[in-house]
Design a protein around this ligand. Structure first.
Ligand code: CMP
Length: 140
């Protein structure tokens, strides 16, 4: 089925100037960018986005990292977009990510891991609406 998923190109990848290379991988895999913006997240925005991790030991470091510089937040649309994006990203920990994935190629550590992608249809729906109004998503 055609799905939408939320992608974040994280501060490490923006700082490395590989936004275009990452978006190109999405496009070559058949995912369309249907919403896009750059943002420098506040503690409140990043903390709310990752609220499900609030009790995890890495939450403080995660919020600090995600607010350390600008990010690119996008909605990707396409056939099986959620799983397809997760395949392109590779494992959360870049040391475990398959060769040729975004995290294997661009990420340094489990914290600075280049990209985020929604992990289920329910989280995709929540995450897309967390960052974008319906009028900002241009399905095509
Ligand atoms: P992301 O997919 O954005 O979702 C939560 C983030 O927390 C994850 O990517 C990692 O960058 C970060 N993180 C740090 N430590 C861990 C951990 N032990 N398990 C999962 N995620 C972690």
């Amino acid at each position: 089925a055609v799905e939408r998923t939320l992608s974040i190109i994280k501060p490490d990848a923006v700082a490395k100037n590989v936004v275009g290379e990452i978006v190109s991988r999405f496009e070559k895999a058949g995912l369309k960018v249907v919403a896009s913006k750059m943002a420098h997240l506040s503690d409140k925005e990043a903390g709310g986005f990752y609220a499900e991790h609030a009790e995890r030991p890495f939450y403080g470091d995660l919020v600090a990292f995600m607010t350390s510089g600008p990010v690119v937040v996008q909605v990707l649309e396409g056939e099986d977009a959620i799983a397809r994006n997760r395949e392109l990203m590779g494992a959360t920990n870049p040391k475990e990510a398959d060769a040729g994935t975004i995290r294997a190629d661009f990420a340094e550590s489990i914290d600075a891991n280049a990209v985020h992608g929604s992990d289920s249809p329910a989280s995709a729906a929540r995450e897309v609406s967390y960052f974008f109004a319906a009028t900002e998503v241009h399905s095509r």
